[in-house]
Design a protein around this ligand. Structure first.
Ligand code: SF4
Ligand code: SF4
Ligand code: FES
Length: 242
């Protein structure tokens, strides 16, 4: 197959972005955006579609097996993992567009600074204190939440998330849900307070994040579970049924 990649590049955070168009050829039906970037960068004679040489495209990766989240970027307008982005499917409608995530500060080419997401998670206090223990109350929910890669794809489509805000989005809701699903009552209080402050209060329930997760996490199910535990049970838990 022969595919045109339109890649958004940027020399540094201070400079304007520009488009690099390059043809990529492969006999591998399983070729991905990650394998294309790897091969393009490895070619010392690389040229764009106008025959001009260009420098290697900077991007991040680690596992190349959909396990680390490092290669998250926007492909054909949708956030996804480059190592999971099959070119054969993506190129059906023509050129494949490759851009960095836009919710995070740009660094260079396809690399963005996701430290704001990790700092938010740290400030959310997602750990157990006061001798809190983890039981096995809902291992199914906990297992689902444990698959989060912290890739940031859900934040990219969330209309309410921005770096530096008090609302931390699904990326914080998922690990919070994981702990809430297992924590005993003594340990769960701080988690519930953090959930209300950093997830529930800012979430517009639009569920734009519902089908975007590359790990297949069911955002709606996790939100429903944590809303019940951290909000509705608190508000209505003491009322008697009539
Ligand atoms: S919930 Fe899914 S999309 Fe969001 S950070 Fe985790 S793995 Fe990525
Ligand atoms: S439901 Fe909407 S506002 Fe809430 S985390 Fe998902 S995308 Fe963001
Ligand atoms: S390189 Fe790890 S998820 Fe793509």
């Amino acid at each position: 197959m022969q595919i045109r990649l339109d890649i958004t590049r940027r020399e540094s955070a201070a400079e304007q972005s520009y488009l690099l168009s390059v043809m990529f050829e492969s006999d591998d039906p399983a070729a991905t955006v990650a394998s294309a970037l790897t091969e393009i960068n490895a070619d010392s004679g690389r040229r764009d579609i106008n025959g001009r040489p260009f420098t290697p495209v900077r991007w991040e990766c680690s596992c190349l097996q959909k396990k680390c989240g490092a290669c998250a970027m926007v492909i054909n307008g949708r956030p996804m993992l480059a190592c999971d982005a099959r070119l054969a499917e993506l190129s059906r409608r023509g050129a494949v567009t490759v851009e960095p995530l836009k919710k995070f500060p740009p660094v260079a080419d396809l690399i963005v600074d996701r430290s704001g997401m990790f700092e938010a998670l740290e400030s959310a206090g997602l750990w157990l204190e006061n001798g809190g223990t983890v039981g096995s109350e809902n291992t199914d929910l906990g297992f689902e939440a444990s698959r989060c890669l912290q890739c940031g794809c859900c934040l990219e489509v969330c209309p309410n998330f921005y770096v530096g805000g008090e609302f931390f989005g699904m990326a914080a809701a998922v690990p919070n849900t994981r702990l809430l699903a297992a924590a005993d009552d003594a340990a769960a209080g701080d988690l519930k307070a953090s959930y209300r402050k950093h997830v529930y209060n800012g979430c517009g329930k639009s569920l734009a994040c519902r089908s975007i997760c590359p790990a297949g996490i069911d955002a709606e199910r996790l939100l429903v579970s944590s809303n019940a535990a951290a909000v509705w049970k608190r508000r209505f838990g003491g009322r008697k049924k009539r």
